[in-house]
Design a binder for this molecule. Structure first.
Ligand code: PLP
Length: 954
């Protein structure tokens, strides 16, 4: 190699934490002299593939970026006026740089550990407040996956609320967005819900149903007075959901004021780029009395040990991990990062700023209408917000083509109608160019007054948060102050089993904000989106090669949606073969909660398969179930490696048994970080898998989303993959509003695979397995590793069993999790999949120093546990039970605990970069009993604080 081409470091060397020297040390500790020998011992030969993946060779960072730039540039950046739920918007640069592109925000995990998540919980609570205020309903959730699936969630909520007392039917407004209709139709069919289409303003169908869905403003842009329709539906005992637009709600009477029970929609136009369809935050809000039926996550206010107000995820007992097949929904990963951007957009603009933007948008639409009218072109609806539909004889195609030639995308509604949607980026110049496409010219227009019956009269966003961060300086500091409260990957490893919190490299993140990827409307014509299509095809091919399947759909917006898509494919397949009665889904006891919830949503019945003492699937119980349900088994869902972090050796046998019984094998591939380059689920018996690109393939967790959950299938299931929501002739129903789901973040995974190449990907897996085994070996003497596979080895994660410690000393896994905060760590996964345990997954990205820092902390905590068993500390007054400790607490004038302040806050000696949690341990039960889910006034809290603070403190 010529001297000037010797690489300094390759990307895989940057991505993988340990270097050669560290690797050798770790291998020695685990008892192997090479990585190859460890992998040969750990990975069962029955699943192992030795061939190198057939993927392009690793590229350098500059080559990968150049290739991505070429693809971005082959997407056409037109002015996007197609509308239909997607509107261009201006992401304030202060939010783009300090939130969307800031690792402090995008690398954080879902806020299950509230003490280290107060910043993003406050931002999500702000999102809930924005949605609740603007929709005019009291309680909103912390984001859903997109608008179309939010409508589905609302329908299921209305159905739960009606407790099965009404016919299993729902009415869908003819003004609903086409993609919403497509998604609802498919999902309703899977669950046996009848969908009745009706023009709700022409009168409701005269029969029984549990709910009505209205879109207002409608797909045509029309804004209607829906009070009578709401009242009529409710008089019949049905509930009403209104799909709506948050910007319109600043000027027009919102759903809550008009009588709706539920409001849903997308918060995209609050500063989140079009991204060719996603990721965007869907939202849902409900009237009082329905909050306990809400799907997805809900941030609530509770209090900490000292009585201070603190945020947390509320009603966690409803979480799918616990409720499983009785869960309110299968949504797990949602759209936290995008919800946070939308929330801060509202904070930055404030209520007056939002109303000003809305007024401008409305004014531009009115100016277009006036210009058209002056040329004799009529519009279909007199009452509109941002969208008008022009009547153009038979020249719709010609008008749309003329606009496109001028770089503007309009919507061809049909041969005679053209839709025009204005947004925050519309200018007078764009108005003039749009008019030119119609052969019209700007005409004098006065801002169209909004009829009194349609206008908003209620106030919104009164909380001070929406009034104090309007300068860039104050916003910058607010974002920094919030993120400083949190622990994300930019400060510490996050050893979360099942979640794969690995490096999200800057080079992978960079392209997503490029306008060539960010500014593309999902319904832009195909000739404008060649770059995206190329990227998507590459990824589909690469992921098919990595998994050993034949076809991949990138449509699902999260793992849960991939599961649903895969199970729907299985149902479609059985039905096509005349076996629609196959509706039983076998799910092992240890499965992730989303599995069971997804099976129910696919219209299946869940039968649980027992776990053997080894942690593997109990083959005897499996056989018994296959016999008991002969002819009815649709599928088994197995996670591989198991949720116990073990490579099960009998997976092929399990697949064969299920296949012989006529069932399909669904392999949950969320744990693919233990397989990439070593084994392929499509080769060892799977018919279908979903992967989580936000775990194995470097899309960051964003504090609880976005995600991408591709579904990969063998050829016989390919015809049943999700269809295009805009393709009326699609064979299978879509599971997302946009054909390619969260397309805007696919460049991240494309970059990761391109940069790693086949050798790098395999090396990442091997190192993930090495790191997990290193931790298991180091920690087992202190916290026994619950399950191991071949050779006493684990796969990419391990479960530390604290149950014996809890029995002997009372110290719980939660105590250890909270004490880790004092040491500066995010806790491992708590009590999943086994209660009373911690599941640790280090990933390949952590170097030996960080792994050892974690080991040292865990060993030091073990010594603290010993001091409880030796009687030195009483449990309640021990550093473990009192953890975490705040700066305020250790600086207080009084200190009455039996250990020193130094032990409290600097337990492992001096740390220069000490993390201080902003609150003490949070009382979850209190928060659920006193549900408060929007920004509270501080006074609302004072009354609830127990009068004697000291009593609580010690
Ligand atoms: C994370 C995970 C899921 C769910 O994925 P989401 O993207 O959160 O919906 C499903 N199964 C397993 C095993 C997982 O670890």
């Amino acid at each position: 190699m010529p001297r000037n081409e010797i690489p300094v470091f390759t990307f895989p060397e940057r991505h993988i934490g340990p270097d050669d020297r560290e690797r050798l040390q770790m291998l020695q500790r685990v008892g192997f002299d090479s990585l190859g020998a460890l992998i040969d011992a750990a990975v069962p030969p029955v699943i192992r593939t030795h061939a190198l993946l057939s993927l392009p060779d690793a590229r350098s960072e500059s080559d990968a970026l150049a290739e991505l730039r070429r693809m971005a540039e082959s997407n056409h950046q037109h002015v996007q006026m197609i509308g239909l739920g997607y509107y261009d918007t201006i992401t304030p640069p202060v939010l783009r740089r300090n939130m969307l592109e800031s690792p402090a925000w995008y690398t954080s995990y879902t806020p299950y550990q509230p003490e280290i998540s107060q910043g993003r919980l406050e931002a999500l609570l702000t999102f809930q407040t924005v949605v609740a205020d603007l929709t005019g309903l009291p309680v909103a959730g912390a984001s859903l996956l997109d608008e179309a699936t939010a409508v589905v969630e609302a329908i299921l909520l209305m159905r739960r609320a009606s407790k099965g007392q009404r016919a299993d039917a729902v009415v869908l407004d003819t003004e609903c967005l086409p993609q919403t209709v497509a998604v609802v139709t498919g999902r309703a069919a899977a669950m046996g819900i009848e969908v009745i289409y009706a023009d709700i303003c022409a009168g409701l169908p005269d029969r029984d149903y549990f709910g009505v869905v209205i879109q207002n403003p409608g797909a045509s842009g029309v804004v209607r007075d829906i009070r009578a329709a709401c009242a009529a539906a409710q008089a019949r005992g049905a509930l009403v959901t209104v799909a709506t637009d948050l910007l319109a709600a600043t000027l027009f009477a919102p759903p809550g004021d008009l009588g709706a029970d539920v409001a849903v929609g997308s918060a995209q136009r609050f500063g989140v780029p079009l991204f060719f369809g996603g990721p965007h935050a869907g939202f849902i809000a409900v009237r009082e009395g329905l909050e306990r039926l809400l799907p997805g996550r809900l941030v609530g206010v509770s209090r900490d040990r000292d009585g201070a107000a603190a945020y947390r995820l509320a009603l966690q007992t409803r979480e799918q991990h616990i409720r499983r097949d009785k869960a309110t929904s299968n949504v797990c990963t949602a759209q936290a990062l995008l919800a946070n951007v939308a929330a801060m957009y509202a904070v930055y603009h404030g209520p007056d700023g939002l109303a000003a933007i809305a007024t401008r948008v409305h004014g531009h639409a009115a100016a277009i209408a006036a210009g058209l009218a002056a040329t004799g072109i009529g519009i279909v609806h007199a009452d509109y917000f941002d969208t008008i539909v022009a009547r153009v004889g038979h020249s719709a195609k010609k008008v749309v083509a003329r606009a496109a030639a001028d770089g503007i995308n309009l919507r061809r509604v049909d041969a005679a109608h053209v839709g025009i949607s204005c947004d925050e980026t519309t200018t007078a110049d764009i108005v003039a160019r749009v008019l030119r496409a119609f052969g019209a010219q700007p005409a004098p227009s006065s801002p169209a007054p909004i009829p009194a019956r349609l206008a908003r009269t209620s106030t919104f966003l009164l909380h001070k948060t929406f009034h104090q961060y309007h300068s860039e300086t104050s916003m910058l500091r607010y974002l920094r102050a919030l993120s400083d409260k949190d622990l994300a990957l930019d400060r510490t490893m996050i050893p979360l089993g099942s979640c794969t919190m690995k490096l999200n490299a800057a080079v992978e993140m960079e392209p997503i904000s490029w306008p060539g990827f960010a500014g593309i409307h999902p319904f832009a014509p195909p000739e404008q989106t060649r770059g995206y299509r190329e990227l998507i095809t590459d990824l589909q091919n690469w992921l098919a090669e990595i998994t050993g399947y034949d076809h991949v759909s990138l449509q699902p917006n999260a793992g849960s949606q991939g599961e649903l898509a895969g199970l729907l494919a299985i149902r479609g397949y059985h039905a096509s073969r005349g076996e629609p009665q196959r509706d039983i889904c076998l799910i092992p006891q240890s499965a992730h909660g989303t599995n069971a919830a997804s099976a129910v949503l696919a219209g299946m019945r869940v039968v649980v398969v027992a776990t053997a003492p080894s942690g593997s699937i109990d083959i005897g119980d499996l056989t018994a179930n296959l016999t008991a349900h002969a002819g009815r088994v649709a599928a088994i869902m197995v996670t591989y490696p198991s949720t116990h972090g073990v490579y099960e050796t009998d997976v092929r046998q399990i697949c064969d048994k299920v296949h012989r019984a006529g069932g399909q094998v669904y392999i949950d591939g969320a744990n693919l970080n233990a397989l990439v380059g070593l084994a392929r689920p499509g080769d060892f018996g799977g018919d279908v898998s979903h992967l989580n690109l936000h775990k194995t393939f470097c899309i960051p967790h964003g504090g609880g989303g976005p995600g991408v959950g591709p579904v990969a299938v063998r050829a016989h299931l390919a015809p049943f993959l999700p269809g295009d929501p805009l393709d009326g002739a699609a064979k299978s129903p879509p599971v997302s509003a946009a054909n390619h789901g969260s397309a805007g973040i696919l460049p991240i995974t494309w970059a990761y695979i391109a940069l790693m190449g086949p050798d790098g990907l395999r090396a990442a897996t091997e190192n993930a397995v090495l790191s997990a085994n290193y931790l298991a070996r180091q920690l087992d003497p202190y916290y026994p590793v619950l399950y191991t596979g071949p050779g006493g080895l684990v796969a990419h994660e391990c479960i530390l069993d604290l149950r014996a410690i809890t029995r002997a000393t009372g110290v719980t896994a939660e105590d250890v999790a909270k004490r880790l905060i004092d040491y500066g760590f995010h806790a491992p996964t708590l009590s999943f999949p086994v209660n009373g345990t911690l599941m640790v997954e280090p990933t390949e990205s952590e170097n030996l120093a960080e792994l050892d820092r974690f080991v040292d902390a865990m060993i030091a905590i073990s010594a603290e546990i010993d001091q409880i068993s030796s009687g030195r500390y009483e449990l309640e007054r021990s550093p473990l039970r009192q953890a975490p400790h705040t700066a305020e607490q250790v600086c207080a004038d009084q200190w009455e605990l039996p250990y020193s302040r130094r032990t409290a806050a600097y337990p492992s000696g001096a740390q220069g970069d000490k993390y201080w949690p902003p609150v003490r341990r949070i009382d979850g039960v209190y928060g659920d009993r006193n549900l408060a889910c929007s920004c509270p006034a501080p006074e609302d809290f004072a009354a609830d604080i127990p009068p004697n603070r000291d009593e609580v403190l010690v």
